[in-house]
Design a protein around this ligand. Structure first.
Ligand SMILES: Nc1ncnc2c1ncn2[C@@H]1O[C@H](COP(=O)(O)OP(=O)(O)OP(=O)(O)O)[C@@H](O)[C@H]1O
Ligand SMILES: [Mg+2]
Length: 283
């Protein structure tokens, strides 16, 4: 299976959390590793990849031996440690960033490893890059029948479920960080501005809220105000999300993006299909 998504979508957090739920443990016959997780090294070579995987499995001589003996140890160890799934994060490192070419020797080596171990592999990477790697190797591509994408939160006022999902995540984030978002704006308006400010990307949202929380802490207040969000946006997101105006600085009751993305309509701009009450009930 492959999992793709934009940077900050939460791919690594998701798979690392999954791996943590099935930690390695010791049995009489040795260590068991039900979920094998590894970040693909960069730059990556066949030998580097094999050594990194051996090291992650606990081989004390991970970097030693010929390619042939490393391959053989790797296959043996994966099977004898009872690996049930191998997760390779940052799989886009198989694309050489200087030439933008896929490192076919590594992808071919991986194809053999998958076939020889007979284990399920999950490769995780930036949007479109995993597809690019698989496209140049039809035999490897065939092994990845399931292709999934972790998408940012959407904002579509005609879709109640999508607005409630974002609203619920923001509420969880408030609880996790231990902050309260300002209530001087209607919640729907605030959610719309948060979505615009972060493009619905979890990493951006957490970055914004965590930094705003730090500002509030410095000011020794429990509730964030809009100026803390505005300052956090300027200092943490504006350079990453180029071309966006700061949605927390406006004097207007309703923020209107200068060039709104097609799926990000301001609550004031169209008949509101989702009521604030509905969103608040979902909190
Ligand atoms: N479900 C979640 N709940 C809370 N915070 C999250 C969640 N998912 C991701 N984050 C936060 O978002 C940030 C980015 O997440 P993560 O590193 O998982 O993204 P990614 O998709 O792997 O990005 P990249 O492609 O750049 O590696 C992290 O700081 C993480 O703490
Ligand atoms: Mg990641």
């Amino acid at each position: 299976m492959s999992l793709e998504g934009v940077t900050g979508a939460g791919k690594s957090t998701l798979v690392q959390d999954y791996a943590r739920a099935f930690p390695r443990f010791l049995r009489d016959e040795g260590v068991r590793i039900p979920v094998f997780y590894m970040e693909t090294p960069s730059p990556v070579t066949v030998k580097g990849m094999a050594a990194a995987m051996l090291e992650q499995l606990g081989d004390p001589a991970a970097h030693r031996g010929t390619q042939w003996s490393m391959n053989s140890r790797l296959i043996q160890l994966m099977i004898s440690c009872g690996v049930e799934i191998a997760i390779l994060d940052d799989f886009h490192h198989l694309i050489d960033c200087e030439t933008n070419r896929v490192l076919t020797k590594v992808s071919d080596w991986l194809k053999v490893l998958i076939k020889e171990t007979g284990l399920p592999f999950l490769v995780v990477g930036i949007e479109d890059t995993v597809e690019q790697i698989l496209d140049v190797n039809p035999q490897l591509s065939r092994l990845f029948a399931a292709r999934e994408e972790l998408e940012p939160f959407e904002w579509d006022l005609s879709d109640e479920a999508c607005v409630c999902e974002f609203a619920q995540f923001v509420t969880y984030a408030e609880e996790a960080i231990g902050i309260t978002l300002p209530d001087d704006l209607p919640r729907m308006e605030l959610l719309y501005r948060l979505h615009y400010a972060t493009a619905g990307v979890v990493g951006n949202l957490m970055n914004l809220l965590r930094f705003a929380a730090m500002i509030a802490q410095e000011k020794k207040v429990d509730t964030l105000d809009l100026s803390a969000l505005a300052s956090a946006f300027d200092r943490r997101l504006s350079r990453h999300l180029k071309g966006k105006t700061n949605p927390f600085e406006t004097e207007e009751e309703h923020f209107v993006a200068s060039s709104p993305p097609p799926d990000a309509e301001a609550p004031s701009k169209r008949k509101q299909a989702v009521s604030i009450a509905e969103v608040l009930t979902a909190r």
